[in-house]
Design a protein around this ligand. Structure first.
Ligand SMILES: C[S@@+](CC[C@H](N)C(=O)[O-])C[C@H]1O[C@@H](n2cnc3c(N)ncnc32)[C@H](O)[C@@H]1O
Length: 324
């Protein structure tokens, strides 16, 4: 790594802290489309009735994901803006977060062998949860009393935003600071305890040479039959094509103006990452969209990749029914 690349890697969480200090929860859009793409997040809900529909943008040339992230505001100078537009669905009640320390695992009074969510029957972990734009829709939509949702991010500012959200319910959710790239950084749940792990535009923020270790370690947390769900940037997405010279750190890996980084994947690369970790493909698709912002008369070619990979049952152990 060069000195410049090193600086972005060593201080990666600080760049994301700065990002969340500026944007708080108002940047990434709440993703109610999640449940049409990933019904595993709310298995018992009626997926035929999307809860959320944004009508501000027209999608043409859709792939198989018509209810994907569909609204967009174009501000070419800042590529984050290409991802998701501000949303006011969630009103955050800030509770003086500067004064409130982040709740850590050590602060919880747990009996021996217990862990947050130990009595749950369906456990979901969101990694790189940001301000909670995926976690809160899950908690709102999935009413299974046995559900427990964990979420983590290496930005303490982001985790603080989640923990101080009025919707945060510590009996159903546990948010914690965690750096996916730090092998020694503990998870609050044992191995083979999770039904679903979700990564939404997160793996792309990680140094490419560290991605395999991240996926290997996450795989160990999955129950046999459990799944990793991913949605992320695809190769030659508009955001990639718009990067100016000098922003490229290595092949297909770029740094934005605010110091946060992004990789653009091919399907084969993701297939290799997941299968090397021992997972089996359930889905690996490219979602290409022509997004039209009628107001601004701009068309945008977006490329996203969506994957679902399952942890196989050990040989001789039959799959029988749901994973919980
Ligand atoms: C593009 S944002 C997506 C946020 C969130 N998943 C969402 O959908 O709104 C990427 C997130 O990954 C987090 N992140 C990046 N590298 C990480 C790492 N090594 N460990 C944990 N979180 C990380 C960032 O802090 C940021 O919140």
């Amino acid at each position: 790594m060069s000195l410049v690349t090193d600086e972005y890697e060593l201080n990666a969480n600080e760049y994301w802290n700065d990002f969340y200090k500026i944007h708080e929860n108002g940047f990434f859009k709440d993703r109610h489309w999640l449940f049409t793409e990933f019904p595993e997040l709310a298995p018992d809900q009626d997926q035929s009735q999307p809860i959320y529909k944004d009508t501000s943008t027209t999608n043409a040339g859709l792939g198989s994901c018509e209810n994907g992230p569909c609204s967009l505001e174009t501000r070419p100078q800042e590529h984050h803006q290409l991802d998701f537009m501000k949303d006011s669905n969630y009103i955050i009640h800030r509770l003086g977060t500067d004064a409130k320390a982040i709740l850590n695992l050590a602060d919880l009074k747990l009996n021996d062998g217990d862990f947050p969510g130990s009595s749950a029957t369906y456990r979901i972990l969101e990694v790189g949860c940001g301000a909670g734009n995926t976690v809160f829709p899950i908690l709102q939509t999935n009413n299974d009393p046995g559900l427990f949702v964990y979420c983590c991010d290496f930005s303490s500012t982001a985790v603080d935003l989640v923990q101080t959200n009025a919707e945060y319910d510590s009996s159903r959710c546990f948010a914690f600071v965690h750096d996916l790239c730090k092998d020694q950084s503990p998870y609050p749940m044992p191995e083979e305890s999770l039904d679903v792990i979700i990564l939404i535009f997160v793996l792309s923020a990680i140094l490419p040479e560290k991605m395999q270790c991240v996926i290997n370690r996450l795989t160990r947390l999955l129950k046999p039959g459990g799944m990793i769900l991913l949605r992320d940037y695809g190769r030659y997405d508009l955001a990639q094509l718009r990067f100016k010279k000098g922003r490229c750190l290595s092949d297909n890996f770029y740094v934005r103006g605010d110091g946060t980084r992004v990789y653009f994947f091919t399907q084969d690369e993701l297939e290799a990452l997941f299968t090397t970790a021992g997972l089996e493909k359930v889905q690996n698709l490219v979602d290409r969209r022509l997004q039209v912002n009628r107001g601004k008369q701009v068309t945008m070619h977006r490329v996203w990749i969506q994957c679902k990979y399952r942890k196989p049952f050990p040989a001789g152990r039959e799959e029988n029914g749901p994973v919980h």
